[in-house]
Design a protein around this ligand. Structure first.
Ligand code: SAM
Ligand code: SF4
Length: 343
């Protein structure tokens, strides 16, 4: 998530380990206007997924009809290298279902770009873990939404908790920086402490969590998923204690704000990052529906300029304020629309 958190969007604020702290300081301390290119790319390489998670912010499942081809994807990577963008994260859908995932990873790493892969872990056997180790990835982030199979599999429909655990074990055995992401919902929030302990005992490098984003399928299932204030209070209390307990042993990161607080912050300080969806369109930020470019038609550097202007677009500012006032509008986030058609 990417709490990908970072989620993709949050990543620029809190979820970066080690050398990422340097990057984080850059992202937080500087205006995005200062940059001729983004510092970070979050790429949802495909929409196909073997699971149907109740909370999936991408509503992943089936491929989109117009996803980028392998040559378009590699051309995008070439532009990333040309612009000297230092860091990218590849997510999905499930990125290991993308037939050219390793071609992309190899190109990115040959060009010395730091790379993180976000996966549900179900396709990571010994061979895949070894390939990731050879690629010297910055990290592989595995989703683990429970300390028990029951909690994980209730949320991750069709998911197999044991496979996710085995994926972590293979990755750790091959020396890959393994990060665990846990998305809290009513089904699993009480398992947070045990999940952190489990991550440590498996040899994970980091553990990431934060409030679930009310977008995609999570928005549709909000009433059954959203933890109460009281549950969140206990959750953050446990996190605080575990962060202290694991200091110097394993990184425990949590982002205490929800997606609305994130949007308020981003209106003032957009991040120096781009979010690319499987068909090559570029979103302004995950929780908003706006598209500010299309890699099939425009260069990455042109899209970066569009992105910077889009944050000033009155229609974008107005809609974002509406979302802040009425979080139900977050449900629009996957009904993409061009920023230009708003002006
Ligand atoms: C969309 S998934 C794609 C990668 C892969 N399929 C997986 O599940 O890890 C990327 C990350 O976003 C997290 N995520 C999904 N829906 C979320 C939501 N509504 N709020 C916060 N994080 C979410 C997932 O748990 C996962 O860690
Ligand atoms: S969260 Fe990941 S594994 Fe779950 S449905 Fe979405 S893309 Fe698939």
């Amino acid at each position: 998530m990417s709490i990908a958190v970072e989620d993709n969007n949050k990543l620029s604020r809190l979820t970066n380990p080690g050398p990422d702290e340097q990057l984080r300081a850059i992202l937080e301390g500087s205006s995005f206007d200062d940059y001729n290119s983004p510092l970070f790319i979050a790429w949802q390489i495909n929409a196909a997924c073997n699971l149907g998670c109740l909370h999936c912010c991408e509503e992943a499942g089936h491929s989109m009809p117009d996803e980028m081809t392998k040559s378009e994807a590699l051309d995008f990577c070439r532009q990333i290298a040309e612009l000297n963008i230092p860091y990218m994260a590849i997510s999905g859908g499930e990125p290991l279902l993308c037939p050219y995932i390793f071609d992309v990873c190899e190109f990115i790493r040959e060009n010395n770009i730091s790379l993180k892969i976000e996966t549900n872990g179900e396709f990571i056997d010994e061979k895949v873990a070894r390939r990731f180790a050879e690629l010297k990835l910055r990290s592989v982030q595995v989703s683990l939404d429970g300390a028990t199979a029951d909690a994980h599999e209730r949320l991750r429909v069709a998911g197999d908790w044991k496979k996710a655990i085995e994926a972590c074990e293979h990755l750790v055995n091959y020396g890959v920086n393994t990060e665990i992401v846990f998305v809290p919902t009513k089904f699993n929030i009480h398992e947070i402490g045990d999940a952190i302990d489990m991550a440590y005992s498996m040899g994970a490098y980091g553990f990431y969590t934060g409030k679930t984003m009310r977008i995609g399928r999570a928005a549709k299932n909000w009433d059954i998923l959203c933890p109460s204030e009281e549950e969140y209070e206990k959750f953050f209390d446990v996190l605080q204690k575990k962060t202290a307990a694991y200091e110097g042993k394993m990184k425990v990161y949590y982002y205490p704000y929800d997606v609305i607080e994130e949007l308020k912050y981003r209106l003032e300080a957009p991040s120096a990052s781009l979010l690319v969806v499987p068909n090559g369109k570029v979103k302004l930020i995950g929780p908003l529906p706006f598209i500010c470019g299309d890699l099939k038609k425009e260069s990455l550097s042109r899209i970066w300029e569009n992105y910077k202007k889009a944050w000033q677009n009155p229609a974008v500012v107005e809609f974002t304020k509406k979302v802040i006032a009425d979080p139900k509008l977050l449900a629009e986030s996957n009904n993409w629309r061009e920023v230009n058609s708003e002006s």
